[in-house]
Design a protein. Structure first.
Length: 239
């Protein structure tokens, strides 16, 4: 009976945390939505400008074709025999120039759209992490952090066993949402040394913006087990 009571008590606490989290997130999501709307407005203005440039490019190409047609008509009066070949040549050149102008304008438009979409997505993820850092209770973040660190220690290094690392890596950087425990530090050191094949020093850094999890930098290789990376991976899957 005591165990059942404890379970019910824990469920009540967890339910209360969820209720509190939903209320806080609802309150703060307005700021994030406003920021995304500003980015969307910026995107719309730039897209409108590019559409205007595209129309100007089309108008310019039409003027080129019209001038080419006029030139072809002038040549017709001078030499009937050479008309067809010269007219076709001029028109083809004009069409080629107009196609090039339109393609360049469209490429610029697509590049800007892609840049804005990437920027909006990045800002959305950063804002989500900031909101979670502010709204999630520290105890809850610590529990998530411990779970992800344990998961990384159990499965995260298996993919690195067959990689070849330079022999001059003397230091490995660990960026963690919370300070490492002695046990975590020993496990990480053992895992990293097994992968490298020799002993390397751990350089620890605590960064609250990671929110939960940690990031391991081994030379140019980054093993990212942070909340931000997990959100980015889910965003890619959702596309």
């Amino acid at each position: 009976m005591l165990i059942v009571s404890l379970i019910l008590f824990q469920l009540l606490i967890f339910g209360g945390l969820i209720f509190l989290l939903r209320r806080v997130l609802t309150k703060n999501v307005t700021d994030a939505t406003k920021h995304l709307e500003e980015l969307s407005h910026d995107y719309s203005q730039k897209e409108q400008k590019l559409n205007q440039q595209l129309e100007e490019a089309k108008e310019k190409s039409q003027n080129i074709i019209r001038d080419a047609q006029q030139e072809a008509e002038r040549l017709r009066t001078q030499n009937i025999k050479d008309l067809e070949s010269q007219r076709d040549l001029i028109l083809n050149q004009a069409r080629s120039q107009s196609d090039t102008i339109i393609q360049q304008a469209d490429k610029s438009r697509q590049a800007l759209i892609s840049e804005l979409e990437t920027r909006i997505e990045k800002e959305a993820i950063n804002k989500a992490c900031e909101l979670m850092q502010v709204t999630l209770p520290e105890k809850f973040r610590q529990e998530v952090h411990l779970y992800w660190v344990k998961e990384l220690l159990e499965d995260g290094f298996s993919q690195l066993k067959h990689l070849q690392f330079p022999s001059d890596i003397s230091e490995v950087k660990i960026t963690s949402a919370f300070s490492l425990t002695d046990e975590q530090r020993k496990s990480l050191s053992r895992k990293i040394n097994d992968v490298l094949g020799y002993d390397a020093q751990l350089k620890e850094e605590t960064e609250s913006r990671v929110v939960a999890g940690l990031i391991i930098s081994i030379g140019s290789l980054v093993l990212d087990g942070s909340l931000k990376n997990k959100i980015e991976e889910q965003a890619k899957v959702a596309k």
